[in-house]
Design a protein. Structure first.
Lengths: 116, 116
């Protein structure tokens, strides 16, 4: 059940006391420590997967649960009317800083294009 | 199967002759008309879903297939080593310009933070 040294696995298990803004059987959602928007939440699977690139077909249902978790978090935070952006960085070269798959949910300000 | 007026449904059905850089039973992938990076591909489900916010639990498997399609497209284009960013805009306020769910896959340059 996850790498014992993985910080996001520890968060998902509740070992760090991180407040969850949303959680269900498959995912937990919590505020990014370095928010880039008025709302900036990370949605992560409870089960450890390194990244989208490292996932396999056996993880595809879980990948859907991650996006469903983003949707549920956005619903709960009242972001649907204003809109929101979901970002997954895959690989250090794209900005992935924690090797446990996570979706960034950003909202609450104008989101420019390109996305970084 | 899908709104007859939806441009992405037409693309997915092959009606516009759009070259696919990847396709499988669930998704098609094609180049963005206004690329924001050396590689900028859109991955869309063949079945019409307006947006992540408009999706329901019945769509969650398909949501996973969209991310799996991003992974497969990135594999095929050789983007894993350099890394890649996946972006879903939900709602006009976040930059969603076509009301057919789509994931942007960007790679081939430094991707800054914040993501827009």
């Amino acid at each position: 059940m996850g790498d014992t040294s993985c910080i996001f696995c520890k968060i998902a298990r509740g070992e760090l006391g991180t407040p969850f803004v949303y959680q269900d059987a498959d995912v937990v959602a919590f505020r990014d420590l370095h928010p880039q928007a008025p709302t900036h939440v990370l949605v992560i699977p409870r089960r450890h997967v390194d990244s989208l690139a490292a996932s396999t077909a056996a993880d595809d249902v879980l990948l859907g649960k991650v996006l469903a978790g983003v949707r549920a978090t956005a619903d709960q935070l009242g972001l649907v009317q204003s809109g929101y952006r979901t970002v997954l960085n895959t690989g250090a070269g794209a900005g992935q800083s924690v090797l446990h798959l996570h979706a960034h949910l950003l909202a609450g300000r104008t989101l420019a294009w390109p996305p970084g």
